[in-house]
Design a protein around this ligand. Sequence first.
Ligand SMILES: Cc1ncc(COP(=O)(O)O)c(C=O)c1O
Length: 418
Amino acid sequence: MKWNLSTFGQQLGSDNGIDSLMQDLGVAMSGTQSYRMLGGGNPAHIPEVEAVWRERWEAIQASPGEVERILGNYDTPQGSPVFLDAMADSLASRYGWPISRENIAVVNGSQSAFFYLLNMFKGRNGTQFSRVLLPLNPEYIGYADQLLAPHAFTSTAPVVELIGDHRFKYHIDFDQLEITPETAAICVSRPTNPTGNVLTDEEMRRLDQLAGEYEIPLIVDNAYGAPFPDIMFSETKPVWTENTILAMSLSKLGLPGTRTGIVVASAEVIRRIGSINAVCGLANGNIGQAIAAPLLSNGLLYELSSEVIRPYYEAKSKQALAWLDQYLPADIPYRIHVSEGALFLWLWLPSLPISSSELYVRLKKRGVLVVSGHYFFYGLPEPHEHQDRCLRLSYALNAEDVEAGIAILADEVSAIHQ
Ligand SMILES: Cc1ncc(COP(=O)(O)O)c(C=O)c1O
């Protein structure tokens, strides 16, 4: 190509982790090549949940003028007023949060919401350079290339709690957390992608307190959290305070194709997100909003989450953990992060003789897709010992593939160690 690329063009338009993950996912889900799919974060097709989408689809079709309205009109950049009201009212009545339509914005997928939010704020030092603090690493691969100022994430290595012979849990090392005048925001995913960790209520309280003290936002990525899709296996309280920006999504409920992300924030932040929506894309896709709005108002979306979606994934997580314990050779050291939520298991192989990205390549050759752990470590002052020794495994899809994929993984790991 004869043209020079800007920083934006180079950074977002080059090969990056999230692109390669989504390429693998897209190929596997299209059915053009058959893989044991333990890779990207596609949610499961849960028949009971899909029946609800189909029912809504049919109701939309049967309602005079509804199909034409959805397909033929742009919404306002903030989102459809009916959806905004349904979202705000249902959250306010469940949790007593002081919110209304002014506190909700729809975005084309919460991935886009993060692009906006991570670039929206500035540190307090008056310079243009700003950093986003990730209090815990490893953290979601999808943020890694989103900051327009390159290398502007800062993070802290986790405290590693070893549990029994084969489990562990990461905690935030609050003693090492450093908020500087350049820190523009704090961002965490909860449950955490890739590890399945759920930050404790106490960890969240301390982050909220820090955000308040330094007058910066705490951005909480609730893609897997409560109240929907509620892929959390422990009881925790959803929190929204004036320091918090909460990002939610319809994707992991089973509607990723509708690209519907939701931001709950102060009216000022919401106004700005609406404006950015207008600049970047005029308006949002409105099919997801049309499907979900009545289900928010009548509570069905919340019931589905706690009564169907959460138990479904909890059972799958337990099963996948059992298969890992069954298939991984007893004489090879391994640990799995405790599975507290999200769709993934995080496997740590401390004595792996090759890197996790080499293991990814070897597994792909054997028809198994996983995600190499190295993508999830960024912003740290120095490389972390887990960086090349971990894999993220999704347990969301077909059980037969998950078991066969784990068996092949165990076989490969065993062969490599020999
Ligand atoms: C932690 C986390 N945040 C955000 C997203 C973005 O999801 P979406 O854009 O589909 O809402 C994902 C998707 O996998 C995710 O895992």
